[in-house]
Design a protein. Structure first.
Length: 91
């Protein structure tokens, strides 16, 4: 009888540890997820992104701010330009 109690006790502990590791692992994964998310779309071949890179590099080299802020009709062009400008200007 004692042997059966010990087996049951060990089984319960093993189950509790396994559940704890499973729940803890999920929490760590959920907490770490925002740090490993994609950094956004790849604009590297977009001409507005490249324009933003050039202007950002120029402004950075000449210690200028974002004074010649461009406005594009397409929202995607605006986002690409800003992404390029910010990346090259050190933002």
């Amino acid at each position: 009888m004692t042997s059966m109690k010990n087996k049951l006790r060990h089984s319960i502990w093993a189950l509790a540890i396994a559940m704890g590791l499973g729940i803890g692992g999920s929490a760590v994964q959920a907490i770490g997820a925002p740090f490993f998310q994609d950094q956004g779309p790849d604009y590297s071949k977009n001409k507005r992104y490249q324009q933003g890179m050039r202007e950002g590099q120029y402004d950075h080299a000449h210690n200028l701010d974002h004074s010649k802020k461009r406005h594009f009709k397409k929202d995607e062009d605006q986002k690409a330009y800003e992404a390029g400008y910010q990346k090259s200007h050190g933002g």
